[in-house]
Structures are given as C-alpha cells and as structure tokens.
Design a protein around this ligand. Structure first.
Ligand SMILES: C[S@@+](CC[C@H](N)C(=O)[O-])C[C@H]1O[C@@H](n2cnc3c(N)ncnc32)[C@H](O)[C@@H]1O
Length: 343
C-alpha cells in the first residue's frame, strides 16, 4: 500500500499535518526503519499539502509502495458495530440484551429506531456470528404461546437447534414457544428427579423440560402439547438426544389426553404460567400421594399461586418445597415457580 517515507526527526510534525487533512490510514500502523518513518496513507496528499510540508518541515519526502501492519480494532461491543451509522443520541436506547436460540438471534427494536432496524439487525448478525436475526413484533400470545417475528438480517429461517447442558432442542421460533432463559429452571427441576419416576410434562412445548430430565435420569416422561408444531419438534428432539430415560410425546389438549392416558405421576410440570391454574384439578388428580408439583404462574406475590394449589388440593395436605422468581414478566410481575408436595 501507499506510504509516505519521511525522516525520523520530522515524522511527528508531518504526521500531525497529514492527520489534520485526514490523509493517514488509521487502520495501519506507522512503521520505523533506520532513519526513516513510513506513514500509511488513505490517499495521495494533495500537491498543496506536499508543498506545505516541504516548505515548512522538510523536503526530503518520498511516496513509496510498502507493507504496513494492521491495527484495525475489532468492535468490542454490539453498539461498536453501529458507531457512525446511527445517531449517537439514540445509541443508549438500543437494547443490548437479546436472546440467542441456536443460530437465531431475537432482539427488541425501540419504536423510534424503527427506520434503523435493518442496520441494528446487521450489527447483531456480525456481533453474534449467528445466521439469522429477527425482531420481536408482538408479545407472546394465544394458546400455543408464540410471538410474531420480523426478519431483519441473515437467513429468513427461524428453525434452529439450540444446545443446553448437553441437550439439543430443534425448534422453529415462529411456530413454537421456547425460552433459553429457562435453562437454569430446567436444571433445577432435573436436580430433584430420581431414577424410576413417572413424570407428566403437561404443557411440554418442544419438550425441553422432558428431554433435560430424561437425559440425566432413567425415568418415563409423558409430554403433552396442543400445538402440532411443538409435537413435531418434540418427536424430533426425542430422536436427536441420547436419553437415559424415555419421553413419550402426546398431541392434544391436556385434559382430553389425560382422560384416556390415566397417568399416576410422581412429578408434574405445569409450565403454562398464564392459565395453568385452570388445569390444577387435573394435575392434582394425576399426582400420586406424596408426589411433587412444579407449578408456574405470572404473579406479583407468592401467596396467589400457593393458595390456588392448597385450595385445589384440599383435603389433601400440601407442603411447599420451594418458591422462586424464575424471570421477570413486566414491572412487578414475575414468572413464579412453586414446588409443592401433595400428600
Ligand atoms: C409456555 S409454553 C411452555 C412450553 C415448554 N414447557 C417450555 O418450557 O418450553 C406452554 C405450552 O403449552 C401448550 N398448551 C397450551 N394450552 C394447552 C392445553 N390445553 N393442552 C396442552 N398443551 C397446551 C402451548 O402450545 C405451549 O407449547
């Protein structure tokens, strides 16, 4: 590349003059060799500039073709990729947290950055090195708990394989519910399981709880979901994971499936936090005496979900084994998790 060869003693002064005229290529390092310094250039200095340097500093200048060492700085953060492309005042509004599900990135774009959404998508694609970037276009809604996604960058495919603690979950984020933020919760439930249990995963989705448990324990899990796509991926996930136990997928409304399945479970998982309470009578019925219920509800306190369990189980006795805020839903409202033993 083109550089300016200048005597060592004048190099600093010349560098400053070139810098002022935006003539130095800052991606490359200035190099020294003997009595000379070589300055990398983005363009040939104008005759006026050369004259100015020649008259004011020194006339011993030479344009040369030479190699320089790169000093290109890789962007360190997501917003670094957007510097110079987005109004600096808006930079703070960009949400820097996003979900990565396998090869798919899902992020939020604030309303007043609407016009910059594709730039943000491209930046997220480069920053994460994933294959596709989507933006949340709606809340999670409906019976099957999915959200609308808008494609921003990379491949327009939302099917992927997500890896979590040695498990692989194949899924399509447009067609099924899945949250990588529940990984710790799945681990926590798995820690409580012992070999030989019969488990009912009432709202199984693509079966991440079921698979995570059967991967580690010799158990039988009945996994039910009403969403046909979730059922399809549930079956694929049973195929692609090497399991110690067995996961049996069922398609349909949990109440209907349980009416013919007649499970007697040691443990039941109810991860449908908006409406799981409606299915508590079926869960209590299917749970063996002394069995454990993992119940989830959107709530702002622990009392509401605990009271529901106690009232539904009555006259059976309930022991609360654990309660926790699994993740935030909205200000003051949490995706609560309650572990209850029902005698
Ligand atoms: C919040 S998602 C949880 C999925 C999965 N357990 C997970 O953690 O990824 C709730 C799931 O319940 C399913 N669902 C909703 N109503 C149902 C019903 N009446 N019977 C069976 N499944 C149902 C939805 O299709 C959805 O996949």
């Amino acid at each position: 590349m083109i550089g300016l060869k200048v005597p060592k003693q004048n190099a600093d002064k010349i560098r400053r003059m070139l810098l002022k005229e935006s003539t130095i290529d800052l991606d490359w390092k200035i190099k020294r060799s003997g009595e000379f310094v070589f300055i990398p250039l983005v363009k040939i200095p104008t005759e006026q500039l050369m004259d100015l340097i020649g008259e004011g500093v020194c006339c011993n200048l030479e344009l040369v073709e030479t190699e320089f060492e790169s000093q290109r700085r890789e962007p360190k953060s997501f917003t670094d990729y957007l510097k110079g492309k987005i109004d600096p005042e808006k930079m703070d509004e960009i949400k820097k947290s996003f979900d990565i599900i396998g090869d798919v990135v899902i992020l939020e774009v604030p309303e007043d950055l609407e016009d910059e959404r594709y730039l943000i998508g491209e930046a997220a694609l480069k920053f994460t090195g994933r294959k596709a970037v989507f933006r949340k276009k709606s809340e999670i809604k409906g019976i099957i708990r999915t959200r609308e996604l808008e494609h921003l960058a990379g491949d327009d495919s939302s099917e992927t394989v997500h890896r979590e603690f040695g498990c692989r979950f194949m899924l399509d984020m447009r067609k099924v519910y899945f949250s990588p933020r529940l990984a710790t919760e799945r681990r926590r439930i798995g820690d409580q399981v012992v070999d030989g249990e019969t488990i009912l995963d009432m709202f199984a989705g693509v079966a991440p709880f079921s698979i995570a448990i059967a991967k580690r324990h010799n158990v039988t899990v009945y996994a039910i979901d009403i969403n046909e796509d979730a059922y399809y991926y549930m079956m694929r996930n049973v195929e692609i994971n090497k399991l110690k136990g067995e996961v049996k997928p069922f398609l349909g409304d949990v109440e209907k499936v349980l009416s013919y399945l007649k499970v007697e479970a040691d443990r039941i998982i109810m991860n449908l936090p908006g409406t799981a309470w409606q299915f508590l009578p079926q869960a209590v019925k299917a749970l063996k005496p002394g069995g454990t219920l993992h119940y989830y509800e959107f709530a702002s306190d622990y009392d509401t979900p605990i009271e529901r369990i106690v009232e539904t189980a009555y006259p059976r006795k309930v022991e609360i084994l654990g309660k926790r805020k699994v993740k935030s839903k909205s200000p003051g409202v949490w995706h609560m998790g309650i572990d209850a033993r029902i005698f």
